[in-house]
Each structure stands twice: as C-alpha cells, then as structure tokens.
Write a protein that binds this ligand. Structure first.
Ligand SMILES: Nc1ccc(F)c(C(=O)c2c[nH]c3ncc(Cl)cc23)c1F
Ligand SMILES: [Fe+3]
Length: 303
C-alpha cells in the first residue's frame, strides 16, 4: 500500500493581469504585484509576450537570479561582458546576476510573425551570495528529462527538481528551486511531492486544472493565466483534468526554499537593506563595484 501524501492546500489563486514592461513588451505579472509579495525566495514572475520592434533593451541586475523559459519562439541576450546567446523553444537560461550584470534581452523574428512567449522568474539570492560573480547556466530543451505517468495522460518536463523518480540536471541556480512543466490530458491526474516547508505555486498556461485532493479538502477549478499559491504545510500537490475537458491542461509547478532575510528591492536591484539598494544605484551610475564594464557599453541587439 502506498502511503497517501498529505495535500498542500490552496492559500490563494488569482488571474495574472497583462501590463506593459520594457520597450513595448507585454507581461502577465503574477508575482511581484500587490497580490503576491513576500513570497520568498520568489521576487517576480512574468509571462511575457514580445515581438520584434519591442524587447528588453540594456538594463542592469544585482542581487537576484533570473530564470528565463522560452515557451514559443526565440530570444537573444547579450551582456556587458561579451556573453551573447539565443534561447529557442523549450530552452532555459539561469542567470545569476550576483554583484552586477547589464544586458539586453531581445526577440527574434518568427516566420509566421507570432510573438515570442516565455516565463521569466526572479529568485532572491542568499545574502552571502549577493555580491558573487555573475554566472550563466544554459539548459537546452533536449537536456530536460521528460517523464510520462498515469498511463500517458501526464507528461512532466523535469526542468529542476524531481518528478516520478526522474531527476533534473543539477546545480542550475544557487537558490534551491524546483521547476516542473506539467501537461495533463483529459481524465489525467498527478500527485506531485514537493520539498516540505518550501514555498510553492502553480502558474497555469493552458486549459483548466482542478487543484486539490479528490475526496479530500477543498478543490478549485483554475483557468489559464492564473497563479495558485499553496500553503507551506503538506507533502504533495494534487491536480487533475476533467474527463470531459476539450483539451489538455498545462501548468508550471514551482517551489523554492524561503530565505530568512529582508527583501529591499528597487526595480532590478534586490538587496537586504535600503543602504545597499542606494549603493547599487550609485554603483550603476558610477560604473563601480561590479558595474565597471557598463562604462561606455551598449548592446548590439538592443539598439
Ligand atoms: N523595465 C525593466 C526593468 C528591469 C528589468 F529587468 C526588465 C526586464 O528585462 C524584464 C522584466 N520582465 C521581463 N520578462 C522577460 C524578460 Cl526576457 C525580461 C524582463 C525591465 F523590462
Ligand atoms: Fe534582464
């Protein structure tokens, strides 16, 4: 007999509302708005849509990690250290800004003129790593293990963490984070254990998902572009798709260790005190303490 896993209960769920960001880009921000702050280690989640002519031209980061996941199309990135690359469909980039990065993130034209769509998650860095050297970890779509379950009705891309006994590639981000991309066909269901005590949420990308345990506590039917925040108690997230649903559902399930530290944020500068945020702003203006290479630098792609 398999021991039944205690369900994580839903703390809140809400629709992510579209807003402008960068230069002409559109994002559905579901973490980093008044609806959901103080959700350590998560600082921001943007579901972005961007076409050529728009983008995220030259801008700085300090004190956080960004995880960019391309869902459709491609994005180019270029930073002040000469790093340059392209993320295609299903690819990810784990960028540790640490003491300072200045870069641009711009869309690539798609033949059919469709926008480039993806997720960018900002994760707080532990205080002792906020001044670390910047680092990139690229994860190509083909490096992401995929596991099937529930007779093929469930498919999980194990981007980071573990699902149904399959482990992801290791050591992608400094702050421990699980990132699972889950697709459930009509009539399918999944019980996904998550590390106990971690903060966890789901963001729905397509279709309708029923979160909550059958015959157990509360169950909620969630449509697309919603953020579902789970309580820290419990061992697993229960999700299912109605047998009669017209199409499969897809959501990312994300969990991370809460960091016991203050979050003081001014845009892309995320530190633990007001003084350090002021210092970040000054360093960026004076090209100091990690922003030296910003002096006179302009990206090719962000022009
Ligand atoms: N104004 C402003 C200030 C600081 C930033 F970091 C950004 C920024 O780069 C992004 C914010 N959401 C994003 N989603 C996806 C991607 Cl690829 C980039 C971003 C930005 F736009
Ligand atoms: Fe950026």
């Amino acid at each position: 007999t398999t021991t039944k896993l205690l369900p994580r209960l839903i703390r809140q769920s809400f629709l992510a509302v579209e807003q402008s960001e960068g230069a002409g880009a559109r994002v559905r921000r579901s973490i980093g708005t008044p609806k959901l702050r103080n959700f350590s280690p998560f600082l921001m989640l943007d579901h972005f849509s961007v076409s050529p002519g728009a983008g995220f031209p030259d801008h700085p980061h300090r004190g956080q990690e960004t995880i960019t996941y391309l869902l459709h199309g491609a994005m180019e990135h270029e930073d002040f250290a000469g790093n340059r690359g392209r993320l295609g469909p299903g690819d990810l980039q784990f960028m540790t800004a640490g003491r300072g990065i200045v870069h641009a993130e711009m869309p690539v034209a798609n033949e059919d003129g469709s926008p480039n769509v993806g997720l960018q998650l900002w994760v707080d860095l532990p205080k002792h790593l906020k001044a670390c050297e910047p680092r990139y970890r690229d994860l190509k779509a083909e490096e992401v293990p995929v596991v099937q379950a529930d007779g093929g009705k469930v498919k999980v891309k194990v981007i980071s963490g573990q699902s149904h006994g399959v482990d992801s590639v290791k050591d992608l981000a400094y702050t421990p984070v699980w990132l699972l991309d889950v697709e459930v066909k009509p009539g399918g269901k999944i019980v996904q254990p998550l590390p106990e005590g971690w903060n966890a949420f789901a963001y729905t990308l397509q279709g309708e998902v029923v979160f909550g345990e059958e015959g157990g506590g509360e169950r909620r039917v969630i449509g697309e572009f919603h953020n579902v925040v789970f309580g820290q108690e419990g061992q697993a997230v229960y999700a299912a798709v109605d047998e009669a649903a017209e199409k499969s559902a897809r959501f990312v399930l994300i969990a991370g260790t809460p960091l016991e530290q203050k979050v003081v944020q001014y845009g892309p500068f995320v530190l633990t005190s007001q003084e350090e945020v002021y210092q970040a702003f000054m360093d960026y203006q004076t090209h100091s303490n990690g922003f030296e290479r910003a002096d006179g630098w302009r990206s090719e792609i962000g022009k």
